[in-house]
Ligand binder design. Structure first.
Ligand SMILES: O=C(CO)[C@@H](O)[C@H](O)COP(=O)(O)O
Length: 225
């Protein structure tokens, strides 16, 4: 059993349910389940069919969800080959926008563009991308997203090898005293979430496990408390 008090993150843990795992013909229903609980974050996965081999939803969907949940922190994850071209479109209804380090585009300028709009900026790494790729940007981000599955689809198995990367990121965060959250995303559930927390993560995206849970409040407590 993991001892949550041993985590070294300076941030309180946050569960970020992923709308990707909700019923896309009735996203309001999924959102209302979340709104019944003391949950503060909502994760919104945006896919372009290029950077990842799948499509999800676009800015209008997020704009339409916003009035239903005006107080939730909208954590928008852009899995796009050219996220720099879509910041304006997603800024209106997001509180944070996370972009990937892997595609070729002006990463630093895009992080600045996100912050210039008054939003928090995140940077994401695929499971196989070394942490070193993020190092030049750590002073310019509010969140480091370490994917624990290959992005594109919900319902995949958690990749335990990413735990070492979480520990390494947490160590760098402490050594440099940098105030970025460490978020994990993919296959996160009641068992793997505490393992990530033990490694130093503080922000937990849960799609499949959240929406499948028999008791959502118990699930939330298992991740956040
Ligand atoms: O970004 C992604 C998938 O690319 C994730 O946010 C998934 O939606 C996580 O889903 P589960 O693994 O929890 O089902």
């Amino acid at each position: 059993m993991t001892d949550p008090s041993s985590t070294s993150s300076p941030f309180p843990p946050k569960l970020a349910p992923s709308m990707l795992a909700g019923n896309h013909a009735n996203l309001r229903d999924g959102l209302e389940k979340i709104l019944k609980l003391p949950i503060e974050w909502l994760h919104l996965d945006i896919m372009d069919g290029h950077f990842v081999p799948n499509l999800s939803f676009g800015p209008k969907t997020i704009d339409d969800l916003r009035p239903i949940a005006p107080d939730l922190f909208f954590d928008t994850h852009l899995m796009l080959a050219r996220p720099d071209l879509m910041i304006d479109a997603f800024a209106k209804s997001s509180d944070q926008i996370t972009i990937h380090v892997e595609p070729f585009y002006p990463i630093r300028e895009t992080l600045h563009a996100i912050r210039d709009k008054g939003l928090k900026a995140g940077l994401a790494l695929n499971p196989g991308t070394p942490l070193e790729r993020a190092l030049p940007f750590l002073e310019e981000i509010d969140l480091l997203l370490l994917m624990t599955v290959q992005p594109g689809f919900g319902g995949q198995s958690f990749r335990t090898e990413v735990l070492e990367k979480i520990q390494a990121a947490d160590q760098i965060r402490r050594e440099k005293d940098l105030p970025f959250r460490i978020e994990v995303d993919g296959g996160v559930d009641a068992e793997t979430g505490p393992q990530c927390r033990q490694a130093g993560a503080d922000t937990f995206v849960c799609g499949t496990a959240f929406f499948k849970a028999d008791n959502l409040e118990k699930f939330r407590q298992g991740i956040e408390e």
